[in-house]
Design a protein around this ligand. Structure first.
Ligand code: CDP
Length: 224
């Protein structure tokens, strides 16, 4: 069973997806981490003075995903575990830029489908184009959203927990700019699939949003 979760930045996708996966004994596939890994490679190439970092990334970078004993997804860049390194804000911004390219997306979508189709008994996948492009036949599709103000507050809290201070207006601008770029790009833009269920998390607790999606998954598997 594939559960596809799409939505804008800081809508709670990764927290929710991870909790649903735990609940159902599925794996969690964070596709943003894949684009972040290529973005980290591009940033490193740029530092080394490459003229065309993206071309180098496509040709020479290998991205691998593995699951630790506790089920936690780890991600590797040419064999190096970069699961923490990719969380820097500048990597997120570069991920948004690099993920607008069709050649980059083709490389990552192929890997996502390979992992998703092999997953037993199931996988929770989050991203921007999961229900529209990567797994259009997923039996459960959710579009997770929340007010901009609430999403900015959550992102600020997340940054604070990592010891990075940023003002709320600055975080709000960053979140808004990222959403605009993701929605307006021509290749696989962020949008709600026609058959997705919208879950607005502005006033929901994590437990409530997890339960809502677990219920959708149970109904879908009963119907199958
Ligand atoms: O910062 P946040 O956790 O919201 O983003 P992320 O899920 O780590 O993804 C970082 C960036 O990768 C997004 O802003 C998108 O531009 C891109 N992305 C994408 O294009 N398609 C996906 N399936 C996942 C992420």
């Amino acid at each position: 069973m594939i559960i596809a979760i799409d939505g804008p930045a800081a809508s709670g996708k990764s927290t929710t997806a991870r909790a649903i996966a735990d609940h159902l004994g599925y794996i969690y596939l964070d596709t943003g981490a894949m684009y972040r890994t290529l973005a980290l490679a591009a940033l490193r190439y740029a530092e080394e003075g490459w003229d065309e970092p993206v071309a180098q990334v496509l040709k020479e970078t290998e991205v691998d995903v593995a699951y630790a004993g506790d089920g936690e997804m780890r991600i590797f860049l040419d064999g190096e575990d970069v699961s923490e390194a990719i969380r820097q804000p500048e990597v997120g911004t570069m991920a948004s830029r690099i993920s607008a390219r069709a050649d980059i997306r083709d490389k990552m979508v192929a890997l996502q489908r390979e992992i998703g189709h092999a997953a037993e008994p199931g996988v929770v996948v989050d991203g921007r184009d999961i229900g529209t492009v990567v797994f259009p036949d997923a039996p459960v599709k959710v579009f997770l959203t929340a007010d901009l103000e609430e999403r900015a507050r959550r992102r600020q809290q997340e940054l604070q927990q990592k010891g990075q201070d940023a003002s709320l207006p600055a975080v709000r601008r960053e979140v808004e700019a990222r959403d605009r770029a993701d929605r307006e790009r021509s290749v696989a833009p962020l949008r709600q699939a026609d058959d997705a269920v919208v879950v607005d998390t502005t006033h929901l607790s994590v437990e409530e949003q997890v339960q809502a999606i677990v219920d959708l998954a149970r109904n879908a598997s009963n119907a199958a």
